[in-house]
Ligand binder design. Structure first.
Ligand code: ASP
Length: 719
């Protein structure tokens, strides 16, 4: 027995080797956990230059941009750099047929031309503190998960409130390691953020879908904003009186370039990873869930294309939605491919085998005996309900008229007396604003086609025997023609697809609206489907997950104790993290090897193919042909556009500063290679690369292409 364990152990240690590059680390623990590795890999600064709460440090130049990206400060006058795809919503909002900033780009010639963006905020981290002991002290003996959750929420609010009392800061307590640890995060949130510059999409989104999630890449994926503050340099709502924010730190920009295998580090807000999923979960993802979701999104994109490619107005309305849908369509396909190639399920199984062996043989781990079996059984039950759940969100909920109809339910739910009170006022104010946004970017004929397509696919995938009749009304319809007729009828008879009409309803908060909404066919259909979903799918899904959550938490606690030969990092949860690696290419397949950087020559090569995703403007073509790279050229004479590195990143790291060994800005993170997207679930050094926009190309575009050299003058440039 002992010999068998030894053999398994040494086999596993090979698969289980911790690569320095893997991990999204907490900045305040770098000194303890990572500084040594980082220095061995070439870092020249110290952990306290990266994160310090007593003096200014690099953390003071990194922000959560909006709700899901990262941005970095690049001047002492609040100038902020992020990705084009992160500022896309704002660029789109300011765009119209007359001022098509998506197509032509936008450059504020002076500060008075910078464009405000209501609703956009950036968040600085003031400090983070481990408050696990304060949270868990009251959780002893609590076995009911719902009770635990509500206690955690209550304690978290108290801790956050206490931490910000008497300050203008905001705070939150977040769970780490699946709820085994808790950290308080104190933040300063700025709300007057103005658009300063964005290249045309032919630069900012060069390569579009063809190149999304792929390497080699030539996308100039950047946009620039400025943070404004009140005269005391503190956050304030938009006001023309506000002044550019003076940050505690901004990144110097290095024009020196890099070599292969040079140290790089990414500082940002990775949103979500699932590194501790068991083999059961990964197996389901690869074999069932991802393929279905990829198929559904592909069908939606076909419908979008049918309308967007022939009508520029629809194109502008749906541009942001399209990029959201296509982004994950391609991501899930790549993730599946990468996980299969890395044999992730088998590798996870091997680790689980060692885990089980140690648990069985070492009495001190008795509490974890049978844990993986229990998790496996629950995944067995989830096998039926998970696809139904995903079908609801990826098919039914994508029909926009149903979503809008469902939002009107807030009016139906009001009591008669609420209509004249504050509650009614709030409901109507919120709905007026969300509906105005909705109709601004809505095209009913497109949505009608989505309805047909999604229901046809719902019926294809749904296991009628498991959850019959969620689509009653459509489920007996056999042919696509009949489906089309039904959809047409729904749109002809409903008023909810008509923005003017609904906005009129909302102008007069009157009880008579209730019957208008209730009698609307789209509302009736949406309500029926939502109710069916809640009772037939969501209930069971939630109940299985409520059992899985504590088991997964226990597994993460256990694996750190039972298999201590690996350094563990908490899953991404949109908190500030540091990840480090080096510039390196990779082998995408047999007999091929990718270089670690690209140059503008590749833009011309791709453009030469004639593919629409590689269109560039004649002016750009001329500039690139002339090879006038100025001080932005690399030592090799070319203008580098992007580079690949082995930093462990994920969604949310978009826009993150990428720094060299001295902490100088060398690029902006914006993507990963296709197979590399699997790093959200399983990291494989051979396949995972983050993709970075070389800052020298960014500056070249600003300077030579946009002739906005005044912006470069406010930066700190290291030649
Ligand atoms: N493209 C991603 C983002 O939008 C970055 C990534 O997932 O690597 O955040």
């Amino acid at each position: 027995m002992m010999r068998r364990i030894l053999i398994i152990s040494s086999f596993i240690l090979l698969t289980f080797k911790t690569y320095a590059d893997e991990g999204m680390w907490l900045p305040m623990l770098l000194k303890e956990l990572n500084e040594k590795d980082m220095k061995t890999m070439g870092m020249k600064i110290s952990a306290s230059d990266i994160y310090d709460i007593n003096k200014s440090s690099m953390k003071d130049a990194v922000v959560l941009f909006g709700r899901g990206c990262t941005g970095e400060l690049i001047s002492n006058e609040g100038l902020l750099l992020t990705n084009h795809h992160c500022g896309f919503g704002q660029i789109q909002d300011h765009s119209s047929l007359e001022n098509d900033y998506l197509k032509n780009g936008f450059w504020a010639s002076d500060r008075s031309k910078e464009l405000p963006n209501p609703g956009l905020s950036v968040t600085f981290i003031v400090r983070m503190e481990n408050v696990t002991s304060k949270v868990v002290k009251d959780l002893k003996g609590v076995t009911d998960e719902a009770m635990r959750e509500s206690l955690v929420a209550q304690l978290s609010t108290e801790i956050a409130k206490e931490a910000t009392a008497g300050t203008s800061y905001e705070a939150i307590v977040k769970p780490f390691y699946n709820g085994n640890e808790y950290y308080l995060i104190v933040m300063e949130v700025f709300k007057d953020i103005r658009l300063v510059g964005a290249p045309p999409s032919s630069i900012g989104n060069f390569g579009k879908d063809m190149d999304n999630w792929s390497w080699p890449r030539h996308t100039g994926d950047f946009s620039m904003f400025r943070i404004y503050a009140n005269k005391e340099n503190k956050p304030a709502e938009y006001s023309p009186e506000n002044v550019p924010y003076k940050p505690k730190h901004h990144f110097p920009i290095s024009l020196k370039g890099l070599k292969e295998n040079d140290f790089t580090m990414v500082y940002g807000f990775p949103a979500r990873t699932n590194e501790y999923l068991t083999s059961y979960a990964v197996d389901q993802l690869v074999s069932k869930i991802n393929p279905m979701k990829v198929d559904l999104r592909g069908k939606r994109l076909d419908v979008f294309n049918k309308y967007m490619l022939v009508d520029r107005e629809v194109f502008i309305k749906y541009a942001d939605k399209y990029s959201g849908v296509s982004n994950y369509h391609k991501k899930w396909a790549g993730e599946t491919r990468g996980l299969k190639k890395a044999d992730a399920v088998a590798k996870k199984k091997t680790i689980e085998m060692l885990f089980d062996n140690r648990v069985t043989n070492e009495p001190k781990f008795i509490a974890y005996f049978g844990l993986l079996d229990k998790i496996g059984k629950l995944y067995g039950s989830l096998e039926k309900v998970q696809p139904e759940y995903d079908l609801f969100t990826e098919a039914l909920l994508t029909v926009e008229i149903f979503r809008q109809a469902n939002s009107l339910k807030a009016i139906v739910d009001l009591k008669a007396e609420d209509f004249s009170g504050q509650k009614g006022k709030d409901v109507f104010t919120n709905l007026k604003s969300s509906s105005a946004d909705f109709y601004k970017n809505y095209h009913a004929p497109l949505d009608q086609d989505i309805l047909v397509e999604m229901i046809a696919n719902y019926l294809k995938y749904s296991k009628e025997d498991v959850y019959p009749s969620i689509f009653r009304g459509f489920s007996s319809i056999a042919s696509e023609q009949e489906l089309k007729e039904e959809a047409l009828k729904l749109f002809q008879n409903s008023l909810i697809d008509n923005g003017e009409e609904v906005m009129k309803w909302l102008e007069n908060p009157d009880t008579s609206i209730v019957s208008k909404i209730k009698n609307d066919v789209a509302y009736q259909a949406a309500t029926f489907y939502f109710n069916q979903f809640k009772s037939k799918v969501q209930k069971e899904f939630t109940s299985i997950n409520a059992q899985l959550i504590p088991l997964n938490r226990q597994y993460v606690e256990a694996i750190r104790l039972v298999l201590p030969e690996k350094k563990y990092y908490p899953d991404a949860n949109q908190s500030l993290r540091v990840t480090f690696g080096k510039t390196e290419g990779y082998k995408p397949g047999d007999a091929s090897k990718y270089n670690w950087f690209t140059t503008t020559d590749g833009i011309l090569e791709k453009n030469n193919t004639g593919h629409i995703d590689y269109s560039i403007e004649p002016r750009m073509f001329e500039l690139l042909k002339n090879k006038d790279y100025g001080r932005y050229a690399d030592k090799d004479g070319s203008l580098h556009t992007c580079f690949a590195a082995s930093n462990h990143t994920t969604g949310g790291n978009s826009g993150s500063p990428v720094l060299n060994a001295k902490g100088h800005l060398i690029g902006t993170n914006f993507d990963r290679n296709w197979e590399g997207t699997m790093s959200d679930v399983y990291y494989d050094i051979n396949q995972v690369r983050n993709i970075v926009l070389d800052v020298r190309y960014t500056l070249w575009v600003i300077d030579k292409y946009a002739k906005a050299g005044h912006l470069i003058q406010e930066m700190t440039i290291i030649e």
